[in-house]
Design a protein around this ligand. Structure first.
Ligand SMILES: *[C@@H]1O[C@H](CO)[C@@H](O)[C@H](O)[C@H]1NC(C)=O
Ligand SMILES: [Zn+2]
Length: 311
């Protein structure tokens, strides 16, 4: 009987398809008459309770003094990056060129890939929200922990921070020249599995807000926002948004398609908010606190100096 192994293989392939490739966003589930699995039906760890994204209530985030500035290395390397339509987003492959450390992380992390989430509605395109406010887009730079760089043994065995995602919110603003080579590449990758190489060299720093503005961020433990939603992500959500022109933002929805038949434009690739539950969100220390005592110090000093002068 040859049939049984064949049937088993088929069943296994089906299970895999259901678990992996047949997941989709809500907009696709609706358009397809629910032949793919929308967010409420995602498998893997997706229905557990330490999931992402979440709404961050900024006044409830606790200041953590260990959340200092990041050290970015290789983020300044200029490359003609490969970008790909993976059927869910546009993904930029980062090779082994860049890594991050510090920023309250217990290890070094290598950048693997970068991708974005967006919507045609400029207030519905981010996955995380701050005080209920959603941005036009959200960019995720996904990093993997480098083995053996953990500062403590305990952290090494703790899988909750195997992946570090840097999340940048995107808001409408002036034209962003740093982002333009990525925007221009979109026309070459309209359908899933298409990839191309950027026509101009850019660095990761070209895509980010100015490095001096990256000191303010939120931190919590959560998951990947796509199946299987593994709960092993240490999240950093930066307060300072990337600014893109409206046309640059809308290019993502206009150029890319979810499907090879180009029936459904790729938009609203955003997972719904998940419950924060018992988790605590932390924030880096506001530098404004250092400035506050200054006038208080200055006034007595001036009084003293003036008193000395008058005497
Ligand atoms: C531009 O990118 C290419 C391919 O990624 C790379 O080989 C080259 O060194 C880069 N040029 C500059 C000026 O950095
Ligand atoms: Zn993402």
């Amino acid at each position: 009987m040859r049939l049984l192994p064949a049937l088993l293989a088929l069943a296994a392939a089906r299970t895999l398809a259901r678990a992996e490739s047949h997941w989709c966003y809500e907009i696709q589930a609706k358009a397809s008459g629910h032949t793919c699995l929308g967010p409420a039906e995602w498998g893997g760890d997706c229905q557990k309770d330490h999931q992402s994204p979440v709404n961050i209530i900024t006044t409830k985030a606790l200041v953590d003094k260990d959340l200092g500035p990041f050290s970015f290395s290789g983020y300044d390397k200029k490359r003609k990056w490969t970008v790909k339509n993976n059927g869910h987003s546009v993904m930029m492959l980062l090779g082994d060129e860049a890594r991050i450390a510090e920023g309250g992380l217990a290890a070094q992390y290598w950048a693997q890939q970068l991708h974005l989430h967006w919507s045609e509605q400029l207030d519905e395109g981010s996955e995380h929200s701050l005080d209920g406010h959603r941005s036009a887009m959200e960019m995720h730079i996904v990093h993997e922990k480098e083995k053996g760089t953990s500062r403590s043994e305990k952290a090494n065995q703790d899988p909750k921070d195997e992946i570090a995602v840097l999340a940048f919110l995107v808001e409408e603003g002036p034209k962003n020249d740093g982002f333009q080579p990525l925007v221009e590449a979109l026309s070459d990758i309209t359908r899933p599995e298409m990839s191309t190489v950027m026509k101009k060299n850019i660095s990761l720093l070209d895509l980010l807000p100015k490095e001096g503005k990256l000191r303010h961020y939120f931190r919590y433990l959560g998951s990947l926002t796509t199946p299987g939603c593994e709960e092993m992500v240490i999240w950093t959500v930066f307060k300072e948004p990337i600014q893109l022109h409206r046309d640059q933002i809308l290019a993502f929805s206009e150029k890319l398609y979810y499907d090879s038949e180009q029936k459904l434009r790729m938009t609203a690739n955003v997972r719904p908010l998940q419950r924060l539950g018992q988790r605590q969100v932390f924030k880096s220390q506001a530098p404004g606190r250092l400035l506050l005592p200054l006038p208080a110090l200055l006034v007595p000093t001036l009084t003293y100096l003036m008193a000395g002068f008058l005497l």
